[in-house]
Design a protein around this ligand. Sequence first.
Ligand code: KG4
Ligand code: ZN
Length: 332
Amino acid sequence: MAIILGIESSCDDTSASICIDGVISSNVIANQLVHQNFGGVVPELASRVHQQNIVPAIHEAISKAKIHKNEIDAVAFTRGPGLLGSLLVGTSFAKAFALANSIPLIEVNHMQAHILAHFIDAKPAFPFICLTVSGGHTQIVLVKDYFDMEIIGQTNDDAAGEAFDKTAKILGLPYPGGPLIDKYAKEGNPRAYKFPEPQIPGLDFSFSGLKTSIMYFVRDQVKADPDFLEKNMNDICASVQDRIVSILLNKLKKAAAQYNIKRIAIAGGVSANSGLRNGLNQTAKDLGWEVFIPQFQYCTDNAGMIAIAGYYKYLKQDFIGQDVAPMARMPF
Ligand code: KG4
Ligand code: ZN
């Protein structure tokens, strides 16, 4: 029997989870609403709020799992990538907790953990291809084993989540705008406006051109009609979302063909997007793919994915020493 405490603090969500023998028993997420007023995550504020939230989140995760803290066998934490000040809170807590309870410490790479979230329930067979789309990253990953992953495509500039969030900002919507664009898009016509698809070679992405074209489009339309945004919000959101999803799915199709793999997964915050989820299911039907889509609570940042990654490292006895430090940029 192995009980793992997982801790996630890489950006603006403080999260704690208990994993018992590979099963997630609790997954507590404390969101930080303070950033909404600033149009993006303010790193200094994020680390302060993590400090306030971390102890209550861990208490709640332990109590929801109906275990005693003395029963925990190891503590897994996000070492990176992420905001250094935010990572420092989770890392310091994990180190202190491991030391105080004489249990091993397990470092987890946040981007690998987004992918390993699939082992919370569906457990895809290896190898599979995973499109990881979050606020900071857009990657196509060839997943050969739990900790043997290769990035075969990535963004040259903005991440897919940033494309959603920056578009939302242009449209006057609060941060994070991705879920709001998703909401308005459901009521809109995806063919109302046509935004360009960037021509990037290979499996890489670029979203900055799309953002610029949306910015000029909105500027020109608002000049002609000051109420343009209010009147057409649903159609604009549906059209932007349709383009972002088609960019993602076209590269995914290319990757699947190139590597001759039909097991396809999505992960990260943007995998919560209903357009992407529907589009992937449709493509799967057309091309005979077996697809893996995480439950909503395991798409955006959460400690369940850190705890499950920690569990697989625990099985290999892959531990890290007390001298470990967080890494803002952390390679696979
Ligand atoms: O994985 P995540 O929670 O944090 C990072 O590691 O970045 O991803 C957050 C990103 C944000 O850009 C947010 O707008 C986007 O995921 N997001 C969505 C949706 N839910 C979250 N984007 C589009 N549609 C959604 N439903
Ligand atoms: Zn993330």
